[in-house]
Design a protein around this ligand. Structure first.
Ligand code: AMP
Length: 407
């Protein structure tokens, strides 16, 4: 079944066209990125993956809106030379990454007018993502009128959290009247990693306990019990929790008023600073883990401190989630840093031997893109590196929904 996966951002559209049977039998036919939508110069990077050698096309031209951007994607996918299909009707379903639908949907759904209304209803809680996500759906409905549209929510996997994990200790009306609570994000990745961890361990998902560490530009962790999320580090927005590339993660809320008083910043400037100028970037100037590790190795105290704080925050969450779970079968690293940065993993694991976390330095340092384990022989806790694949998870769920809910 040919499924198009779309992740529409405020000025970009990421896409991947897959032909898939199941999680282990699939082909990425083409993928790409439309960026700088609405700016004076736009760009489309399109990759055709049909032959052994990947073919890449880069187009530079203004792209006034998402509709024009998606129309370019359709033109490229169906182009006789650059394309991979002869007609847009070959696409049997479109899966959309959608940030949040709060408590309304705890699973993937086929898009209906009610689903779109719910996505709109959550604009205030996902102001940067939900509006472009909805535009992506509306444009795809126009361009692929024959294909079912499916919404895969980043928050859905975390809906199994108990109240004690998702409620904040603030006036209860804020939850009842304004829906303020922990929702968590990266849910598609954590869900995929839970299943992959179970597969790797050869256990049924509903008997697998793990702590998943999604460490990329955005970072989050989840405590997963019997395959279900029981806690996660991101909150009502993706700002809470771990130290990230440019996001602060946890901070005393009273600090905001203090710094705003000292500097004259308004709330918008403060929100901007916490999202875009904090984290690794705020601490040492660089938000790319490779640069931070290199600068620390070259003697930069600021970079070393940033690395220490990044790892220490994760260690605290590992401790918390080990307390939450009655048994931990594996701690699974994934995403850009989790999969690739041996120094970051070493820093995170160092000093946690009393918790059964015993990293094998040689295994940790051997570069590989394969799923693998990196704990010492005989260590009580498995340490896994499993590549995440959110597009595949979205495509799989889209296919399942289409097959299980025919129109
Ligand atoms: P993501 O958001 O998953 O793409 O991850 C981005 C983060 O992964 C950045 O901090 C990168 O520095 C880091 N990263 C990506 N590739 C590598 C690599 N080969 N070695 C170390 N860090 C990497």
């Amino acid at each position: 079944m040919k499924i198009l996966v779309i992740n529409a951002g405020s000025s970009s559209i990421k896409y991947q066209l897959m032909d898939l049977e199941d999680a282990h039998n699939y082909t990425v036919l083409a993928s790409g990125l439309v960026e700088k939508i609405g700016e004076s110069t736009g760009r489309v990077i399109h990759r055709k993956n049909m032959s052994a050698v990947e073919e890449k096309v880069v187009e530079e031209a203004p792209i006034p809106d998402h509709r024009k951007g998606m129309a370019r994607v359709v033109a490229l996918l169906t182009d006789p030379v650059k394309g991979v299909i002869s007609d847009a009707r070959e696409i049997e379903g479109v899966g959309h990454r959608v940030l949040s639908c709060g408590e309304v949907y705890s699973d993937t759904v086929r898009v209906t007018p009610e689903v779109k209304a719910s996505i709109r209803d959550f604009f205030p809680l996902g102001p940067l993502h939900n509006p472009p996500n909805l535009v992506g759906i509306e444009v795809a409905e126009e361009l692929f009128p024959h294909a079912p549209q499916v919404a895969v929510f980043d928050t859905a996997f975390h809906q199994t959290m108990p109240r004690k994990a998702y409620l904040y200790a603030v006036p209860y009306e804020w939850y009842k009247d304004y829906r303020l609570r922990r929702y968590g994000f990266h849910g598609t990745s954590h869900k995929y990693i839970a299943q992959e961890t179970a597969n790797y361990l050869g256990k049924p998902l509903d008997q697998t306990n793990l702590i998943s560490l999604h460490l990329g530009n955005g970072c989050s962790m989840s405590a997963i019990r019997n395959g279900k999320c029981v806690d996660t580090s991101m909150g009502v927005t993706p700002l809470e929790g771990l130290v990230m590339g440019t996001r602060s993660g946890d901070i005393d809320p009273a600090a905001l008023q203090y710094i705003m008083g000292q500097t004259g910043m308004d709330i918008q400037q403060m929100t901007d600073a916490l999202n875009k100028k904090s984290g690794l970037k705020g601490l040492c100037g660089g938000n790319d883990m490779r640069e931070v590790v290199e600068a620390a190795a070259n003697g930069s105290n600021r970079a070393q401190t940033a690395l220490d704080i990044f790892a220490y925050r994760i260690q605290k969450y590992i401790g918390a989630y080990m307390a939450v779970l009655p048994r931990v079968d594996a701690l699974t690293f994934t995403a850009g840093i989790g999969e690739n940065s041996a120094p970051a993993r070493e820093h995170i694991c160092r000093g946690l031997e009393h918790l059964g976390i015993r990293l094998d330095l040689e295994k940790n340092n051997s570069p590989s893109r394969q799923p693998r384990e990196i704990q010492q022989d005989g260590a009580p806790l498995k340490l896994l590196i499993l590549p995440t694949n959110e597009e595949l998870q979205i495509a799989l769920e889209t296919k399942d929904i289409i097959l299980s809910t025919p129109t």
